[in-house]
Design a protein around this ligand. Structure first.
Ligand code: ZN
Length: 112
């Protein structure tokens, strides 16, 4: 379960940037191919965020697909797995993207 380590590094990045703010929303992008489970991140975020500036913040997670490029027919299509099969039936597919975890935006409260 590496979600805890992932989540801790996210929180560390935010607390480093915004040490004196009260964070209300964190927008995370977790690629569908990253192997990171969003539900586990939510769970870890609530635990690991205690006592930090993200305590009580809402997590807004989006899960972008990867991109598959088929070498057989040239089609580019959304890939939801590392081993993607093209709609044409070929498995000769190069998958890129969809594996990143990115902090897209952080919203802080005005009252601090
Ligand atoms: Zn194809």
């Amino acid at each position: 379960m590496h979600e805890l380590a992932v989540t801790e590094s996210v929180i560390a990045a935010i607390t480093t940037q915004l040490p004196d703010s009260r964070v209300v929303v964190v927008h995370l992008e977790i690629g569908r191919l990253s192997g990171v489970m969003p539900d586990a991140v939510r769970f870890c975020f609530a635990l690991a965020g205690e006592g930090t500036c993200v305590e009580g913040a809402r997590l807004d997670i989006t899960e972008p697909d990867g991109v598959g490029d088929c070498a057989s027919c040239g089609l580019t299509f959304p890939a939801r797995a590392q081993l993607a099969v093209c709609p044409c039936g070929s498995a000769d597919v190069t998958v890129s993207g969809g594996a990143d975890l990115t902090i897209k935006a952080v919203e802080v409260a005005d009252d601090v």
